[in-house]
Design a protein around this ligand. Structure first.
Ligand SMILES: Cc1ncc(COP(=O)(O)O)c(C=O)c1O
Length: 382
């Protein structure tokens, strides 16, 4: 190994050691043991295993394994274009453009649409993919306090150029929702362009699972929606939904769309099947929201634990006395040993001092599972 590589390795090792010392070093966890009760995956409706989704994927397995190129070269297909039409129709948008992940869609939107002289105002709790997209653009970007419309309005008065407001419909770490009707009204009044990440609401909100924007009838009040498929759709990929002009612009200027191999046929087929199922899953969605309320009430009855009143579907479990990252990890490990797939969320994913367990409720969980988890957390946290 050249001496320069060994110096570089020393630097990498020193940075890892710093994280180790701070208790923030990341490691790949063991794959979930079979049979654990799922309180962690994003597979909210169990669609990753739904027979019709699996059957669609199996049929597509006769096709090439890969898409063989960028959508702009050999990777385009009738199936991908048909899926985009299906998505636009389903979500009440003029058009939609597929991306390979929600990460790529946020990077692709924010890296391409806001230009120099424009301003992005983003909720401070925004996902890393929004923040990374913002880093890829020369536009000015300021965060505003979480869900704080007064702070947003104050910052908007100093903004220049086209002004974008980036929010999540439901925030991934705290499970709270954005005040979308108020945000839409503010954006309309001040001429701002609202961009809503529906990663955790797509498939779950609205009578057919169209997402929170459509459920609130705000389709025409948003400039763009980021719809991801790795969560309630049980698959992979994402789309930006908006005007036909926006779609055309993105496919010309969005580097994460242009310079990558398109989604494989099997994923496109599974997504079309999952979308076709969504309207029929209203009972599953109602069950999910009922269980979500049940989990909140049950865990809030456990001494020493606190689940915020405003969380939905995703529930952060805080401790009356913060035990620190190592203890939160140990607690999750104990719950896993007892048969529950429960994960710790620690810094740097969330600010130090706000370490928590994060519980995700699925339509296939049961009240008995929630009761058993609460008993286990009571036993191990005392
Ligand atoms: C709010 C939000 N946006 C975007 C993403 C990224 O989506 P994907 O996992 O499809 O890359 C996530 C994933 O965790 C998310 O929570």
């Amino acid at each position: 190994m050249p001496a320069s590589s060994s110096l570089l390795h020393q630097r990498l090792a020193a940075e890892l050691a710093r994280r180790e010392a701070a208790g923030t070093r990341r490691r790949l966890p063991a794959p979930p043991a079979p049979g654990l009760v799922d309180f962690s995956s994003n597979d909210y409706l169990g669609l990753s295993r739904h027979p019709r989704v699996l059957a669609a994927g199996q049929q597509a397995a006769q096709l090439p394994a890969g898409s063989t190129g960028s959508r702009l070269l050999t990777g385009n297909s009738q199936a991908a274009e048909a899926l985009e039409t299906q998505l636009a129709h389903f979500h009440g948008a003029e058009a939609a453009l597929l991306f390979n992940s929600g990460y790529a869609a946020n990077l692709g939107f924010f890296g391409a649409v806001p230009r120099r002289g424009d301003t992005i105002l983003y909720d401070e709790a925004s996902h890393a993919s929004v923040k990374d997209g913002i880093r890829a653009t020369p536009a000015t970007a300021w965060s505003f306090r979480h869900n704080d419309l007064a702070d947003l309005e104050h910052k908007a008065t100093r903004a220049t150029g086209a002004v974008f407001v980036a929010v999540e419909a439901l925030y991934s770490m705290d499970g709270d929702v954005a005040p979308l009707p108020e945000l839409a009204a503010l954006c309309q009044r001040l001429g701002l362009h609202l961009v809503v990440d529906e990663a955790h609401t797509n498939g779950l909100y609205g009578p057919r699972g169209e997402g929170l924007v459509a459920a609130l009838g705000l389709e025409n009040a948003v400039f763009a929606r980021i719809l991801t498929f790795g969560k309630a759709l049980g698959s992979q990929g994402a789309a930006v939904a908006g005007s036909a002009l926006l779609r055309d612009y993105l496919l010309n200027f969005s580097r994460p769309f242009i310079y990558t191999t398109a989604l494989p046929p099997v994923t496109v087929a599974s997504l079309a099947a999952a979308y076709a199922l969504l309207p029929d899953l209203q009972t599953a969605r109602e069950q999910l929201f009922q269980l979500s309320d049940y989990l909140k009430a049950t865990l809030n009855a456990v001494p020493g634990l606190h689940v915020p009143a405003g969380s939905h579907v995703i529930h952060p479990v805080f401790f009356t006395q913060n035990p620190g990252p190592a203890a939160v990890r140990a607690l999750a490990a104990a719950a896993q040993t007892a048969g529950f797939d429960v994960r710790p969320i620690v810094a740097p994913t969330v600010p130090a001092g706000t370490e928590r367990l994060r519980l995700i409720v699925h339509s296939f969980n049961t009240e008995a599972e929630i009761d058993a988890l609460a008993s286990e957390l009571l036993a191990v946290s005392c």
